[in-house]
Write a protein that binds this ligand. Structure first.
Ligand code: NAG
Ligand code: NAG
Ligand code: NAG
Ligand code: NAG
Ligand code: NAG
Ligand code: NAG
Ligand code: NAG
Length: 631
């Protein structure tokens, strides 16, 4: 170990130093008193033409797609420049660049917005509340509005949000618009603990990508230190490549000598460090092992006690009138054998409510074994009763439940094993074939089957079973692409009737009923909401949450709602579906879109029931089939 460390640190100490030469062939002249570093270009004969900025009346200006912003500083060493964001229209909380939708960089140019910017989005509509923007009332933006005289007009606009730019869609745009936020400002490297009057001037930092070697037509375009040759990375393009012994310095835009120097300090001390590290690790391991031992012992005792109790109660389950299909009651021994004693290499995944193992029963049947994660909120008898109810649930659109085991510390459910993956994987697969098999007809069938499965859950038991975690990754597709809903009902095992306010969020971000945030209750209509999101995924092939969309569009439900409000629903439909669709099929796509939006109604009472949804989809399928007969 010490030897490896030594080699590693030696390697780190071998520093490559490049020593530049002052002459910079192609730098643009100063703009007023401001230096214009390479590769920024203020004219056709200097700099690199991909890095155009403007020099107007001794001031540098950065042009975006539809607007211009003054450049306030440039740092060539980290390739960054700062522009001054638009100001507010006097006495309003609307930025002057609202008509251009804020800062929109051309994403084909080598500039992007850095993550050093803290953006204050001002005067927003409530549609942004379910986005990654922080709009909380103790957020930084509210402090800013309260304490800054510049943004005084924004005090009249209640929704104001803070956001760290950079990454995904915000790499190229800080967007404002009528249906989102109507104003913004930005601060570079903001230290949020400072009082607002000590904040820097507003600024937005952009970064440019290091430029490649300059373009050339012939050798005459290059200096003595470089040779005009074909660019191996792009066809037909020629560049001035540095002669041997020299290397391209993108900061100065010249060829410089490479000098490799070895750090003379040597590697003393590293052996000792390794030794100390080894010792510490050794001590830690011993302590750790003792702790694990103790925990294992306690756990073992708990298991034995629980088993005793459970064995008795298991009798009751067996005796209860199990009216539905006869689900098998597995013994703990059978389950352990099937899962190779819950061996880690058998883990198929961790569902919302516990781990799932691949199991092989004695007769060779492959099964999925799901261990329910238990909260502390339910008594054993309640848990057993829930298990009994779940054991009777059986529908062709639900993943088949083969049986249960209540002998182990946690209740275990045994399901049929479905190998073909889930809907999310299919829709998001990089392999176009996987998405291709999901034709429009197939997607409608998946929607119908899922709806039927959920409708059945809602009506099969008293009290009803709510899925509570409907999402595309919980919809499994068998080899014939039939949909089977999985992971249902287990939440019942872990939570009480919600008479207490649960702070532990249920469900999955992007699918969660917004009313849950108000009253912490999930109902059948919460499943309807989540199902609405699944319908949108089927329609758009986009993810429920996608940080590559604009910040206020990250949430698919909100994004599609906005597009529908702007009468652009058709634009969000998966292009692969639209490509060959007839006018009639397009109509059915829109119809499904509107059904989805119905499921996504804010107020629960306005959402249809799962049963009504099933009928609606059935009807859409009929119309779509009508087309099949015609053609
Ligand atoms: C250039 O600067 C002049 C003087 O400051 C100003 O009036 C003009 O609008 C500027 N032009 C552009 C295109 O920004
Ligand atoms: C917020 O934006 C709306 C829409 O552009 C505008 O009408 C309103 O005046 C703005 N609010 C304030 C306080 O300026
Ligand atoms: C920006 O300009 C382009 C054409 O130059 C135009 O098509 C587009 O609509 C403009 N966008 C905005 C938001 O003004
Ligand atoms: C929002 O920002 C405030 C203040 O910085 C912070 O206390 C709060 O936890 C943030 N909320 C979220 C949801 O990130
Ligand atoms: C708003 O500003 C006033 C003084 O300008 C201050 O007394 C008050 O505490 C501030 N409120 C908040 C919520 O920051
Ligand atoms: C912006 O450009 C820089 C320089 O090429 C790059 O390192 C960074 O990853 C880019 N950021 C984003 C969000 O694209
Ligand atoms: C070529 O490189 C040498 C060594 O780095 C330097 O002295 C010379 O100025 C360079 N010439 C040009 C035209 O850049």
């Amino acid at each position: 170990m010490a030897a490896t460390l030594k080699i590693l640190s030696t390697a780190l100490l071998l520093l490559t130093c490049a020593v530049g030469v002052t002459l910079s062939a192609n730098r643009c002249p100063n703009c007023g008193s401001t230096t214009v570093p390479y590769p920024l270009s203020t004219g056709p004969t200097c700099g690199d033409q991909s890095y155009k900025i403007r020099c107007n009346a001794s001031s540098l200006i950065f042009d975006t797609l539809n607007n211009s912003y003054p450049i306030t500083s440039i740092n060539p060493f980290n390739q960054r420049l700062v522009i001054r964001p638009a100001s507010l229209v006097p006495n309003t909380c609307v930025t002057t660049d609202l008509p251009f939708e804020g800062v929109q960089l051309n994403n084909r140019l080598p500039f992007n917005v850095t993550s050093s910017n803290t953006i204050m989005f001002l005067n927003c509509t409530d549609s942004v509340l379910r986005s990654p923007l922080n709009c909380s009332s103790d957020g930084l933006c509210h402090t800013y509005v309260n304490d800054s005289s510049t943004a005084a007009a924004c005090e009249a606009a209640p929704i104001c949000c803070t956001f760290k730019a950079g990454g995904g869609a915000t790499a190229y745009a800080i967007r404002v618009r009528e249906s989102g936020c109507r104003a913004y400002t930005s601060f570079v490297n903001l230290q949020s603990d400072l009082p607002v009057n000590r904040w820097p001037e507003p600024g937005m930092e952009l970064q440019w990508i290091s430029p490649p070697e300059p373009l050339c037509g012939t050798q005459a375009d290059c200096d003595w230190n470089s040779t005009c040759g074909p660019d191996p990375n792009s066809n037909g393009v020629r560049r001035c490549f540095c002669n041997s012994g020299l290397s391209w310095d993108p900061i100065d835009g010249i060829c410089t000598k490479i000098i490799t120097c070895q750090n003379p300090g040597g590697c003393g001390g590293s052996d000792r460090t390794a030794l100390i590290a080894g010792l510490t690790a050794g001590l830690g391991t011993a302590l750790f092992a003792a702790m694990i031992g103790f925990l294992l012992y306690k756990r073992h005792r708990r298991i034995i006690e629980a088993q005793e109790r459970l064995r008795k109660e298991r009798e009751e389950i067996l005796n209860a009138n199990n009216a539905g299909k006869a689900a098998k009651v597995f013994t703990g021994k059978e389950i352990k054998k099937a899962t190779n004693n819950f061996s880690r290499d058998r883990i198929l995944g961790a569902g919302g409510y516990g781990e799932v193992y691949k199991g092989i029963l004695d007769d060779g049947t492959v099964v999925a074994v799901k261990c329910a994660k238990l909260g502390n909120t339910k008594g054993t008898d309640q848990v057993l009763n829930e298990v009994r109810i779940l054991c009777q649930v059986n529908h062709r659109s639900l993943v088949g439940l083969l049986g249960c085991c209540v002998e182990l510390e946690q209740p275990v459910m045994v399901y049929e094993y479905i190998e073909n993956g889930n809907l999310l994987d299919h829709l998001q697969s990089l392999n176009p074939g996987d998405r291709g098999v999901l034709t429009w007809t197939r997607r409608l069938q998946i929607a119908r089957d899922t709806a039927e499965g959920l409708a059945y859950l809602h009506s099969s038991a008293v009290p009803p079973i709510y899925h509570r975690d409907v999402k595309s990754s919980n919809i499994l597709l068998d080899v014939k692409l039939n949909a089977k809903v999985s992971d249902f009902g287990l939440s019942r095992l872990a939570h009480t009737d919600m008479s207490h306010v649960s702070t532990c969020a249920q469900g999955t971000l992007g699918y969660l009923d917004p009313e849950y945030y108000r009253n912490y209750q999930l109902t059948d209509k919460s499943d309807v909401y989540s199902f609405g999101v699944v319908l949108l995924e089927l329609l758009t092939s986009q993810k429920a949450i996608d940080f590559n969309r604009d910040p206020d569009d990250v949430n698919l439900a909100i994004y599609v709602k906005r597009m529908a409000d702007e009468e652009k629903l058709i634009d969000v439909i998966d292009p692969m579906l639209k490509e060959k669709a007839s006018a009639l099929e397009l109509d059915t796509m829109k119809a499904l879109g509107f059904l989805a939006l119905n499921c996504l109604e804010e107020r629960r009472q306005n959402r249809p029931s799962m049963k009504e949804i099933t009928e609606e989809i059935e009807y859409i399928i009929c119309i779509a089939k009508g087309k099949a007969v015609e053609s």
